[in-house]
Design a protein around this ligand. Sequence first.
Ligand code: TYM
Length: 329
Amino acid sequence: MDIVLSGIRSTGKLHLGNYFGALKNFVKMQHENRCFFFIADYHSLTTHPTPADLHGSVKQVFAEYLACGIDPEIATVFIQSDLPEVSELYLLLNMNAYVGELERTISFKDKVRLQPENVNAGLLTYPVLMAADIIIHKATKVPVGKDQEQNLEMTRKFAKRFNHMYKVDYFPEPTAYNFGETLVKIPGLDGSGKMGKSEGNAIYLTDDPTTIRKKVMKAITDSGPSKKNQEPSESIKNLFTIMEAVSEEETLNYFKDQYNNCTIRYGDFKKQLAEDTIRFTDPFRTKFEDIYSNSTYLRKLVTDGAEKARLSASQTLKDVREIMGFKAF
Ligand code: TYM
C-alpha cells in the first residue's frame, strides 16, 4: 500500500486541468492506498489574495474536490494552514535548500518574468514548502499534472539530502504519479500553453452551460487544413486534447478524420466540444451546489481532517527534531 498525497492551491475555482492532472488520479487511487488530499492555502499567499478572497476560495475548493469524488470517509482531507507542523518542517528544510537551486527552477523563473513586481521569498522557497507538505506524511506517490514534475524532483532532492546529511534512511523519495503513464497537460483555449487560473484560458468545473458554450466558441482556431493529413496547428491540437479528455473516443475520431480529409467545420467541432464539456461537468456542478451550501457538514470535515492529518504530521516532526539534534537535556 502506498501513501498518496496531492494538493491544490486555493486561488479560485478548479478547472479541467486540475481535474485531469490531479483529482481524477487521486480519486482512482483512494480506495487502495492511504490517501491525503489538502488545500495549499499558504502557497496561494504568493499571489497576495485579499483575506476575503483567501477565505472564500478555501471553502470553494474544498467543496469542489469533494464534488469530484474525493471521499472524506476514506481519504484524509485537510487544509494546509491547519497543520503548524508543516511550517516547522518547512523552516527546517529551508536550512538545507540552496538559493542557487531554487532560483533555477522553471516555475520561479516563469514567475519572475510574469510578475516582476512581486518576486517574494515565498515564491523562491515554494518547492521547499511543497516538499514539506509531501514528506511530512512520508508520501510515496503524488498525483499531479506535468507542470509539477520539477517540484517533485526537488522534493526527492530534499528528502535524499536530509537522509544523507543525517545518515538516516528516514524519508522515502516520492514520485509524480499518473498510473505509469506520462503526466497530463491540459491546454488552454487560447491556442498556446497550459490551462491555468491566471492565464484566463480555463473552463472551470462550475462554469454554467452558457459560459462553457461562450468560452469554447471563442477558442482560438486557424484557417483550416489546406491539404490532407496536415499536421494541425498548436491551437487545433489543443482543442483535440481537450476533446480527448471530455468526449467519447468515437466523437474524437470522427472529427480527427474530418480534419485529415479537410472537411472539418470548426463551428461544428467547437459546438460538439462545448456540449461534451457541459455533459462532462454537469454531475459535478449539481453535487458541488449541494455540498457548498452545507456549511455545517464542511466545518465538521475540516476539523476531522485536520485532526487526522496532524496525527501523521506530528509523528514525523517529532522524529525529525530528534534526528537533527533537538532533544531534551
Ligand atoms: P495548482 O493549484 O497549480 O494545481 C493543482 C493540480 O492541478 C494540476 N494542473 C494541471 N494538470 C494538467 N493540466 C493543466 N493545465 C493543469 N493545471 C494544473 C497541477 O499539476 C496540480 O497537480 N504546487 C501545487 C500545489 C501543491 C501540491 C503540494 C501538490 C502544494 N503542495 C504537494 C501536490 C503535493 C500547485 O501549484 O497546484
